[in-house]
Design a protein around this ligand. Structure first.
Ligand SMILES: [Zn+2]
Length: 427
């Protein structure tokens, strides 16, 4: 889920898919100014190469759409109508083999009642992801190890790794991390747009609270290492990233982040840290969320209109029709108070800079589709081959591009598996 300068001071509830979309809307003109072009997006030769690669996006917010009544993962949707960017037909069309499907929980009150509600919502979301796979066993496969990815792709199925975005749901009881690991989670980030009991966020308007990880946050790192779960530093403060690199027994991943050298935003990381991440074996996955890629002005009237819309349309159990009404209302707000929207090339500036500074072994893709991602020229899953085309154009080889698409993240996951297995046999 996104959070940007525009919304930092006014965290909006994003517990429902509608709320999540509004939060996305607050920080970026998230919907296409012009309809996405239909027809082939890249040449036949690029398409053929793209199809040969194992492609993973490490941050799919699509599970937030699963409870939306009337919305189906196996049906083709239109980003212009309902805002959704990932479904099975468009994954096939875009040559996306799979990714990490996020259990996202918005940061709520750090009280026993808030933590219980977050725990229940996260468990329910984890079950919803598993149900998606169980309901479509010919189309999807649950991946529990790095090696599962190629095995599932070879069966012609889409790969479903599970991840946690914001570990607020387990801050009251860290033993739940093992429960989530048993459900299939292999990647977990401690924190989201506001500080919690585990760690400081990059974007909490109150600033640092723990100056990195709390004591509980350090226990979270040890537990993740023990369980073979990769730690995700996206949304965490710079101090948290430093401490994760120092503390974690296995390399750290940033599942959807950008570069301060290209656009200075607290959610992005500086070149010094990028080099440290690479030196420790870690990987940054580049996001395609406009508000983190280019500067956008704060427009208080726009913010107020989005909040009013949120209050008007917020429902506990939204339907597809509710979603479409929201998209229309948001388009009206975008028209009245337009924000500059990043382009595909703006996003590629982050991607190419990251490769230049960190090296080809330390960069991947986490576009943040269905969580606020999407830029002009890169609107939904059908556009993934454009990344392959852009990397070829920049002079990278097939092997290089394979690393970016999945080789690097699978190496990090494998390292976590090996470390956890070794720890089991040692006293
Ligand atoms: Zn996010």
């Amino acid at each position: 889920m996104p959070q940007s300068t525009d919304t930092r001071s006014t965290p909006m509830s994003a517990r429902s898919p509608l709320g999540a979309l509004l939060l996305a809307a607050a920080c970026t003109a998230a919907f296409p100014a012009a309809p996405p072009a239909d027809g082939p997006r890249v040449s036949k030769a690029v398409r053929a190469l793209h199809e040969q690669l194992l492609t993973l996006d490490t941050h799919l917010d699509t599970p937030a759409n699963l409870p939306l009544s009337g919305w189906q993962i196996t049906r083709r949707h239109d980003v212009r109508r309902d805002g959704s960017q990932i479904d099975l037909p468009r994954m096939v069309e875009g040559g996306l083999d799979g990714g990490f499907w996020a259990i996202y929980t918005p940061q709520g009150p750090r009280t026993p009642a808030g933590e219980r509600a977050a725990r229940d919502a996260a468990l329910e979301r984890a079950v919803a992801i598993r149900e998606m796979v169980a309901a479509h066993p010919q189309q999807f496969g649950l991946a529990l190890t790095a090696d599962d990815a190629a095995r599932i792709a070879a069966q012609g199925k889409r790969i479903v790794f599970m991840s946690i975005e914001n570990s607020y749901p387990l801050e009251a009881d860290l033993s739940l991390l093992e429960t989530f690991q048993k459900l299939g989670v292999r990647l977990a980030g401690p924190v989201h747009f506001a500080n919690n009991e585990l760690a400081d966020s990059a974007t909490d308007p109150k600033g640092p609270e723990w100056h990195g990880l709390s004591e509980k946050g350090r226990a979270f790192v040890a537990e993740a290492n023990r369980l073979g779960i990769v730690i995700d530093a996206s949304h965490a403060s710079d101090a948290v990233l430093d401490q994760l690199i120092a503390l974690s027994k296995t390399p750290v991943l940033l599942s959807h982040s950008g570069l301060k050298a290209v656009f200075d935003h607290p959610r992005n990381i500086d070149d010094g840290r990028l080099k440290q991440l690479a030196a420790s074996g870690g990987v940054i996955q580049i996001n395609f969320l406009s508000g983190y890629l280019i500067a956008t002005p704060k427009i208080p009237e726009r913010q107020a209109a989005l909040e009013a819309l949120g209050k008007r349309l917020r429902k506990a159990k939204p339907t597809l029709a509710d979603r479409e009404a929201l998209i229309q209302a948001r388009a009206d707000i975008d028209k009245q108070w337009p924000l500059p929207r990043a382009t595909f090339e703006d996003a590629c500036a982050h991607l190419l800079h990251a490769i230049q500074v960190a090296g080809i072994d330390h960069v991947g893709i986490g576009a943040d589709f269905d969580g606020g991602g999407g830029v002009t020229g890169f609107e939904d899953a059908r556009d993934y081959p454009k990344i392959t085309a852009r990397l070829l154009q920049a002079g990278y080889s097939r092997d290089d591009i394979q690393k970016v698409w999945s080789g690097n993240v699978l190496r990090v996951l494998r390292a976590a598996e090996v470390q956890a297995a070794a720890a089991l046999v040692q006293p």
